[in-house]
Write a protein that binds this ligand. Structure first.
Ligand code: SAH
Length: 399
């Protein structure tokens, strides 16, 4: 890779610059390039975004950083805590975007409920020694957003019905991690990160990929890529890029939600453009490391995709792929009359899959009492109630 220039650095918000870009920028400002690691560490390791507090930098450099726009791009405007310990941070960014990020502690009591979030096999890999901090503390999974609203239009999802307002910059994505880290409680340690909040991360690939690079950088937050999971509606070219750029190390979760095109197109407009066969081909080509599995997300919706036949077809479709299946009984949303099936139907669906040898979890409604469950993020009081949504049949979306 060629060395970045100062103008490359200027393409990114200061919070989204990598150390090599800081080096180029500092040189162009007549500063010593070795300051780059110090600046990067202040931001990403310490979470310090005020240049005035960067005590080991000379005053003129601190002033230069402030003039270059280094500052927090948003602030927490609300924190809600659910009975199960889940915390929802409402973050307001400049230019009016509001997203939530959800802090989910994995207590022993809820370990089974949350098994869907973390692949137990990934814990057993030998490419990274497990740190003592992770061993002795409560692990926390953080769920972050990549866009304010979403363009994918899935009929069961509050963000999809809200529509895309704007994508978040890499700096705003990484900022959610920095902020959430400062909300960890004693004895908690950030262990996993899921891109499962508002938005479609692969519709916004460059910013998502840059955020992954920043979050995994050893001089910064330094999370191992295998502790990150990107959840996608299933955009094949994005899946391919993610696999290529990170050698399959970043975990992949795919919102399949139906085993056939007819059913899937009714609830996911993007299926018109990227039908099931194309999506499955992209999954087969994903360079999964040994012992890793792709997560198949399946939101169960009463009368739509929850029949025993759907379960049979799903089992057939996934044959030969290394996957685990997460069943998500649909959380109600204001913009739709669709609802979750009865518990017996959920249990039956699960049994069909486990009977065929799949590992299959049912996702419980964590944080439901503060509306932090999926599909409900950030939209209270917003235009989420543009009338009940009817099912779309066979209509291409204008994304
Ligand atoms: N755009 C990404 C992230 C979406 S949110 C994606 O499509 O994967 C994460 C998961 O929650 C997705 O599987 C999504 O389909 C699901 N989801 C959205 N709204 C939901 C709802 N109301 N009930 C249950 N699951 C929902």
């Amino acid at each position: 890779m060629t060395q970045p220039t100062a103008s490359d650095a200027l393409n990114w918000h200061p919070l989204a610059r990598l150390p090599e870009e800081w080096r180029a920028w500092l040189s162009s400002e007549g500063e010593a390039p070795f300051r780059a690691d110090q600046v990067f560490r202040w931001i990403h390791r310490q979470g310090e975004l005020s240049p005035s507090k960067m005590s080991n930098l000379a005053l003129p450099l601190r002033e230069r950083l402030a003039a270059a726009g280094l500052q927090a791009p948003g602030a927490v405007v609300d924190v809600k805590r659910a009975a199960d310990g889940t915390r929802k941070l409402l973050i307001e960014f400049d230019k009016g975007a509001r997203v939530e990020c959800v802090v989910i502690p994995m207590t022993p009591k809820t370990a089974e409920d949350t098994a869907y979030l973390v692949d137990p096999d990934s814990e057993a890999e030998d490419d990274e020694p497990t740190s003592p901090a992770l061993e002795s503390n409560t692990k926390v999974t953080l769920c972050i957003s990549t866009q304010y609203g979403c363009a994918m239009g899935c009929v069961f999802c509050a963000s999809g019905q809200f529509g895309l307002q704007r994508g978040l910059g890499a700096h705003e994505i990484v900022f959610q991690v920095l902020l959430a880290r400062s909300y960890l409680e004693p004895g908690e340690v950030l262990s996993n990160l899921v891109f499962m909040g508002m938005g479609e991360p692969l519709h916004h690939y460059d910013e998502t990929a840059r955020a992954v690079r920043l979050i995994t950088h050893p001089e910064g937050i330094a999370m191992s890529a295998r502790r990150l999971t990107v959840s996608t509606v299933g955009l094949p070219s994005g899946i391919q890029k993610l696999g290529d750029d990170f050698a399959g190390k970043v975990g992949l979760a795919v919102s399949l939600h139906a085993p056939d095109d007819e059913t899937r197109s009714r609830i996911i407009p993007m299926n018109q453009r990227y039908p099931v066969a194309k999506l499955l081909a992209a999954l087969r080509a994903y360079p999964l490391p040994r012992r890793r599995r792709i997560t198949i997300e399946y939101t169960l919706i009463s009368g739509i995709n929850d029949s025993p036949e759907h379960a049979d077809r799903l089992a057939e479709l996934l044959r030969g792929l290394r996957v685990k299946v997460n069943l998500i009984p649909m959380n109600p949303i204001e913009a739709s009359t669709l609802e979750a099936p009865a518990e017996t139907a959920v249990a039956r669906f699960r049994e069909t899959l486990t009977g065929r040898g799949y590992s299959c979890f049912v996702r419980t409604r964590r944080g439901d009492d503060v509306l932090a469950a999926c599909g409900q993020l950030a939209l209270q009081g917003e235009a989420a109630t543009q009338g009940a949504v009817r099912l779309r049949r066979g209509r291409a979306d204008d994304v």
